[in-house]
Design a protein around this ligand. Structure first.
Ligand SMILES: Cc1cc2nc3c(=O)[nH]c(=O)nc-3n(C[C@H](O)[C@H](O)[C@H](O)COP(=O)(O)O)c2cc1C
Length: 401
């Protein structure tokens, strides 16, 4: 059987499942990659609320530092579009500032004004047209704000106020790095205003066509800086006890959940551990995940680190998977595993062993936008790897020749 024919054929059951899904979306023709498969866990769809991902492969949020004034560009269309064509199930767009001061650099993506919506919509429309679900990570950089982008020769240094930089803010006025402006400690009213900015950004994200919303509470940025006792030494109701340090998280989750349609899944990225004893721990993450679950969070995306430069992190293949596994088991909430997951068999084993529900790939999807196709070929060699229909006919022709 020729490749194009086989790639669009399926069993009677598969056909009826696909037809029902297509009818719901008002489409008549399936995308390749959508064929249900009983063989590989990686290619088993994942449903969170009203959204079904065609497989368990997600692109991890990765800053592109390619915006001016927060606007999406052709780069975003090409970058996310390529991974949608490449077959991932979910693409979580990079950390996107909920306020201008919430950007890490002047070139970060933003969603603090309605004018940002059309550019983002152009990208999400394309991603959806190729069968992937567009997601977005809503973020506030906190004490790590106003830095130069990595492409800049002076990368990682702070942008001064005179150079168009802005005042970083945080739970306290303690500097994160050695240089730059000391952050300003947020007042309670300012904390509430940022929570409101997250909720408004979530509404804009839905208007821009995003189907999954993730909140960034990892890597030492504003959300994580409230959680970690290394970064949060406040003495009011937002600091001190676990209850107080998680207040900003819970209030933000609550506000965003209330702003979202019932069917839109809400994910939260946490740093599962600070990797130092006196910091945020995996037990804290489990306890926070239990709270998040009751507040309507659908999946915890488990990264680590970022609160201190003094952490010794045992970086290696799958080194953060144990955090996804423990949170999943003890908080009984779906989790995403991320960090040096590069091989299909590795990803498959994480899922098959019940250690996570979703696999997030960062740098591997930069190297290999068509990783999902390779994974299909390696995990399900008996069926042809899916490919966008725009290419499928041409490759089938080549094969015949
Ligand atoms: C270029 C780049 C940009 C990143 N930007 C973000 C980001 O915006 N938000 C975030 O939570 N993590 C960010 N990360 C971390 C990745 O999402 C991911 O967690 C990390 O790279 C580990 O996964 P990997 O080993 O598959 O790359 C970034 C990583 C890279 C390489």
């Amino acid at each position: 059987m020729s490749m194009d024919r086989r790639s669009f054929c399926g069993s009677a059951l598969a056909a009826s499942v696909a037809a029902a899904a297509l009818a719901k979306e008002g489409r008549s023709e399936p995308h390749p990659h959508e064929r249900p498969s009983g063989e590989s866990k990686l290619f088993t769809p994942l449903t969170l609320r009203g959204v079904t991902l065609r497989n368990r492969i997600a692109m991890s949020p990765m800053c592109q530092y390619s915006s001016e004034d927060g606007f999406a560009t052709d780069w975003h269309l090409a970058h996310y579009g390529a991974r949608a064509v490449g077959g991932a199930g979910l693409l979580i767009a990079e950390a996107t500032g909920v306020t201008p001061e919430g950007r890490i650099t002047p070139n970060c993506l933003g969603i603090w004004k309605d004018e940002h919506i059309p550019g983002l919509k152009r990208m999400t429309d394309f991603v959806r047209a190729h069968g992937a679900v567009p997601g977005i990570q809503l973020a506030h950089a906190g004490v790590k704000a106003s830095r130069r982008r990595p492409l800049d020769p002076r990368s990682n240094s702070f942008v001064d106020l005179e150079d168009g930089g802005w005042q970083p803010v945080g739970p306290t006025s303690t500097r994160y790095g050695r240089d730059g402006l000391a952050p300003q400690a947020l007042t309670v009213d300012e904390i509430h205003a940022i929570t409101g900015s997250f909720a408004a950004a979530a509404q804009r994200a839905v208007a821009a066509g995003f189907g999954v919303i993730e909140l960034h509470f990892a890597h030492g940025y504003l959300g994580h800086s409230f959680l970690s006792p290394l970064m949060n030494t406040r003495s009011d109701e937002y600091g001190g006890s676990f209850e107080n340090r998680t207040r900003f998280l819970i209030e933000t989750v609550r506000a965003v959940r209330a702003a979202l349609p019932e069917e839109t899944p809400l994910l939260v990225r946490v740093s599962g551990t600070d990797w130092v004893e006196e910091g945020w721990t995996i037990d804290d993450s489990v306890a926070a995940a239990k709270r998040m679950k009751t507040e309507g969070v659908d999946l915890v995306d488990c990264s680590t680190g970022g609160a201190t430069r003094n952490a010794r992190i045992p970086v290696g293949p799958g080194y953060q998977v144990p955090f996804a596994e423990q949170i999943r088991r003890e908080a009984e909430i779906p989790t995403g595993a991320v960090g040096m997951i590069t091989e299909p068999a590795q990803a498959e084993a994480i899922l098959a062993e019940g250690r996570a529900d979703l696999i997030l790939l960062g740098r591997q999807l930069l190297r290999e936008p068509y990783w999902a196709q390779r994974a299909w070929q390696e995990l399900q060699p008996d069926t042809p790897a899916p490919i966008a229909r725009e290419y499928a006919w041409a490759l089938a022709e080549t094969r015949r020749r």
